[in-house]
Design a protein around this ligand. Structure first.
Ligand code: SAM
Ligand code: SF4
Length: 438
């Protein structure tokens, strides 16, 4: 029996896809890279922006034919859009077998077993009876939900206690809950035993994580980062997305003292205008955000920062947008994910007029992207001639300690830390050749 998992959206969604595959893999499924020969598909949806939601819904529609080709096939729709639109999805797409919203991920294994056990058992019998079915696509090299065969996500918290006015995440993922310290460490050990060399700790405000260990002692995020780094086999630990509120001097010092944490942080800023940041309910100003980053850079001088930015938030003026460009000029992000504001039903800002015309959103996005591309290019070019440490993630492809992608020729050895001399750049990637191996 073959399982295909497809996840839309953020890293957390991709990691959830891996968790949702687990009970099916335990029932004897094996993962395949494409839907064609799959017996079951888990389609993990995103609803953060309308565009992401539309892509997932259109894929559900396209899978009608796949499902009708063999009624034994199983289609499970999960994730954030499933949470928001569950009832509608059931009615609009009757070929979907099971809809499981993002809030139910902890209960998902039980839901799947109860709802679909009979069907899966029938499916297994059918498969065994027709042993001559054509072989499916080769299994993906990386376990489902992993970024590569050596980079594994570990979800440490779910939900979000913030109420950024544009954001639907708290509605579809619920309030924050932190996974216990020992559970997280056990998962890291298990993933390291499966070959993970880099651990990506995930949460919507990942650095707000705290939990009391079995010994009664409270652990903060910096403690968890240190403990993750000391697990046997783990060469690197990264995390996403931190919130500036929890970025204090103690965290900066812990980060600086941890070689496995590298020199990169992804910290979404969203806007450079204090007026817009207040309307967004981000709880910081442009100056206080930059001040936090300055303190981090004082502790970790080589650190590279990447960020998320929204343009065209309701009432955003040209002057507000200029503040965003100024902030980007000061922050100098190595890369940025930039988005046009997308109103989400039920959020606070959906009650505000979406009054920035589409053409203006487009133009602001293009100007912002041009600025960010220029900064990224100069960061990339400044590395030419340097020798950098790279974790080989995928046979001749990996990332530097400060988060840049690198491609080189041979030798390729996933999981090895290599020294690569940078010889050039291609788009957003450094090109190089091996310097020495260790
Ligand atoms: N928790 C993270 C934080 O607070 O920084 C961000 C999580 S969100 C899933 C990822 C990114 O999507 C956000 O940083 C924001 O830039 C973008 N985003 C969220 N809601 C959006 C909306 N309504 N329109 C456009 N972009 C949005
Ligand atoms: Fe959304 Fe804000 Fe929570 Fe991030 S912190 S998930 S943007 S509400």
């Amino acid at each position: 029996m073959r399982l295909h998992v497809v996840s839309f959206g953020c890293q957390m969604s991709v990691a959830d896809g891996g968790e949702m595959a687990a009970p099916l893999l335990a029932r004897g499924f094996r993962a395949v890279a494409g839907p064609e020969d799959a017996d079951a598909i888990v389609l993990n949806t995103c609803t953060v922006r309308q565009h992401a939601e539309d892509k997932a819904l259109s894929m559900i529609g396209r899978l009608r034919e796949w499902k009708e080709a063999s009624p034994d096939r199983v289609l499970i729709v999960a994730g954030c859009a499933a949470e928001r639109l569950g009832g509608w999805i059931r009615t609009r797409f009757p070929h979907v077998d099971l809809v499981v919203g993002a809030k139910s991920i902890e209960d998902y294994p039980a839901i799947v077993s109860q709802a679909l056990a009979a069907k899966f058992d029938a499916l297994r019998e059918t498969r065994e009876a027709f042993a001559s079915v054509s072989p499916g696509a080769a299994p993906p090299e990386a376990p489902v939900g992993w970024t590569s065969a050596v980079v594994a996500p570990v979800t440490i918290m779910r939900g979000c206690n913030y109420s950024c006015s544009y954001c639907i995440v708290p509605a579809v993922r619920g309030r924050e809950s932190y996974r216990p310290y020992e559970t997280v460490l056990a998962e890291i050990r298990a993933k390291a035993a499966l070959g993970a060399r880099e651990i990506l700790l995930l949460g919507q405000t990942v650095n707000s994580w705290r939990a009391r260990g079995a010994d009664g002692r409270e652990r903060r995020f910096a403690d968890l980062l240190g403990a993750a780094a000391s697990v046997d086999g783990v060469a690197r630990v990264r995390f996403e997305s931190p919130h500036p509120r929890y970025l204090d001097d103690a965290f900066a010092a812990a980060f600086a003292a941890l070689p496995q944490a590298g020199e990169h942080i992804h910290m979404p800023v969203q806007s450079g205008s204090d007026r817009v940041l207040a309307l967004m309910r981000r709880n910081y100003t442009a100056a206080s955000f930059l001040e936090k980053i300055a303190r981090l850079r004082a502790a970790v001088p080589a650190i590279e920062v990447s960020t998320d930015i929204i343009v065209g938030f309701p009432s955003e003026t040209d002057a507000d947008f200029e503040r965003t460009l100024e902030l980007v000029g000061s922050l100098r992000p190595a890369s940025a994910y930039t988005f046009k504001y997308s109103p989400r039903e039920g959020t606070e800002s959906a009650g505000m007029p979406d009054d920035v015309p589409e053409a203006v959103k487009e133009e602001r996005l293009a100007r912002l992207n041009a600025l960010c591309d220029g900064l990224a290019e100069s960061a990339l070019k400044s590395r030419i001639g340097r020798t950098v440490e790279v974790l080989d993630e995928n046979g001749g492809y990996g990332r530097t300690r400060d988060g840049f992608r690198v491609k080189w020729g041979s030798p390729a050895e996933p999981g090895r830390l290599l020294r690569v001399r940078v010889t050039g750049t291609m788009k957003r990637t450094l090109l190089g050749e091996i310097d020495e191996q260790r």
